[in-house]
Design a protein around this ligand. Structure first.
Ligand code: XMP
Length: 508
């Protein structure tokens, strides 16, 4: 395995994903956390950072101690820290270097194996390395900086450093460089594959769980489905899945997903129709955060009630993934809560049970790869994200069963249309929103006074930032008439052209 020491860069997770993409397992830990040099540890990568190495409290690690045990690669701040600690000079640049640059190699090295002569890389730094320490050699420069890559001259220790960010998309051959470091320099076997992961995880789950019974909430989402399938592979029907119809799912979703769980994946899962309970308590609630709280609380109630019906439940399964658990270095202080995202995160504290989290160390794309290997149908794996509170936060204002039906129908036509026109996979998330606005229209000779639906579709990588999807006008025209002609109660369709920030993806 590879350890990535995080100095707080926004790109640290990208380093981890690039390493995993090379089929090598890695973990991210805060730079100041101690760790063991276990036999499986093959190398260390030092991340970038918003700090300057010349700051008073600049993050620091004992690189000399590391390289006595394993090869080290410093990236950006990691490179500057290396230069400074071994006696080189790092100073503020006259001009900050951001964006595209082309490296010119000054010496051939295995680190660059297979890369083109003027490889495009991505820079993002305010300080520059002005002088290399004694005992180091220069490997590459760019037009604007004298040190873009270097290494320690030594037959015993291996220490590489690059000023650019090989982990980002715009460093075109960055993945090759990372692969060279992992495989040729650290000697990693590229055996972190979905098939291996499944075999190892199923073995580990058998040991962890033994004969105990596990209960788990299923949502139809990618993470809970893949996690449940893995646990089921390990313990069979000792896994008790619970799938709750909270009344704010998509049209037909409850029945379809339940059928896939049972018929395709052979899971032991119970569907609970709790619609009326949810509608009852949502009645009269208009505040988005209040709606979220009600749904979160009711969900836990329903789930707990089901749990007490099964004797001898001792463990709780969850689809937690790696980005939820990485300890991050907080440089800007605690972040502000914009929306309180409901998921089943409230469950473990309430239930006092042992946790089973087979996806705890996977990134989202790896969860999908594992899911494919497990034979989970594409329509489940490629689903857009769908919020826990479902359509409740897409019906602005008060929720009624009638409004849910209206929105379900409009949403269904929109999403099916995206699929039919091969647009579904080109957007990151899409959905319809029912506005609390009625407007006048005319149909035939009749005047109508009905609701407005807004369509939303965004492109994004992680949901943190997003742009509105530039869907073809022809498609929008088609969906607009499809909805207005077929969904009674809606006489106007608008398209949301706001990016995030400053808007959010959901309207509530
Ligand atoms: P926003 O609206 O914050 O959404 O731009 C970002 C992503 O989070 C989802 N989202 C939620 N997911 N519970 C969830 O499980 C919530 O309360 C919630 N609110 C927003 C949203 O669908 C998008 O994918």
């Amino acid at each position: 395995k590879i350890l990535i020491l995080d100095f707080g860069s926004q790109y640290t997770q990208l380093i981890a994903r690039a390493v995993r993409e090379a089929n090598v397992y890695c973990e991210i830990i805060p730079y100041h956390k101690s760790f063991e040099f276990e036999p499986g540890l093959k190398g260390i990568i030092l991340s970038g950072s918003p700090f300057s190495v010349n700051d008073e409290n600049a993050p620091d690690v004992d690189i000399q101690a590391f390289i006595q045990k394993v090869p080290v690669l410093g990236v950006c701040y990691g490179a500057q820290l290396t230069a400074k600690k071994f006696g080189g000079k790092v100073e503020k640049s006259n001009k900050r270097e951001y964006g595209r640059a082309y490296i010119q190699r000054t010496k051939e090295d295995v680190l660059f194996e297979g890369m083109s002569a003027n490889s495009q890389v991505w820079m993002s730094h305010a300080d520059s390395i002005k002088e290399l320490p004694a005992g180091f050699e220069l490997l590459a420069v760019t037009e604007s900086i004298p040190v873009a890559a270097f290494k320690k001259i030594s037959s015993q220790e291996t220490l590489y450093a690059v000023q650019f960010h090989p982990e980002v998309y715009h460093s075109i051959e960055g993945k090759k460089l990372i692969r060279n470091f992992l495989v040729d320099i650290c000697g990693c076997a590229q055996d972190w594959t979905p098939a291996h992961f499944i075999t190892d995880t199923v073995e580990a789950l058998k040991k962890q769980i033994g004969n105990k019974k596990v209960i788990m909430a299923l949502s139809g989402g990618v993470d809970s489905t893949v996690a449940a399938t893995l646990i089921h592979k390990a313990i069979g029907d000792n896994l008790y899945g619970i799938f709750v119809d909270n009344g704010v799912l998509r049209k037909g979703e409850f029945e379809q997903v339940l059928k896939t769980y049972k018929d395709n994946l052979h899971l032991n899962v119970k569907g609970i129709d709790a619609k009326s309970k949810f509608y009852g308590e949502l009645a009269g609630k208009t505040d988005p955060e209040e709606k979220r709280k009600v749904i979160g609380r009711l969900f836990i109630e329903v789930f707990q009630e089901e749990a007490t019906k099964i004797t001898g439940i001792e463990m709780l399964g969850q689809g937690t993934i790696y980005p939820d658990v990485i300890e991050s270095i907080s440089v800007h202080g605690p972040s502000v809560t914009i929306k309180s995202h409901h998921n089943v995160g409230g469950l473990p504290e309430k239930m006092h049970m042992g946790l089973v989290e087979p996806l705890r160390y996977l990134f989202k794309d790896e969860v999908r790869r594992v899911g494919r290997e497990l034979g989970i149908p594409d329509e489940l794996l490629d689903r857009h994200p769908f919020p826990g509170p479902g359509l409740a936060i897409r019906i602005l204002g008060e929720i009624t069963e009638e409004k849910v039906k209206l929105l379900q129908e409009a949403d269904h036509r929109y999403i099916s249309g995206l699929k039919e026109h091969n647009l579904y996979k080109t957007v990151w998330q899409a959905g319809a929103i029912l506005l609390p606005v009625k407007s006048v229209g005319v149909m035939g000779d009749e005047r109508t006074y009905e609701y407005t639906v807004a369509l939303r579709a965004v492109t994004s990588v992680d949901g943190m930032t997003a742009d509105w999807a530039h869907l073809p006008y022809d498609f929008l025209a088609h969906i607009s008439s499809d909805i207005i002609n077929n969904v009674r109660g809606i006489n106007r369709v608008v398209y949301d052209i706001s990016s995030k920030p400053p808007a959010t993806i959901e309207w509530e």
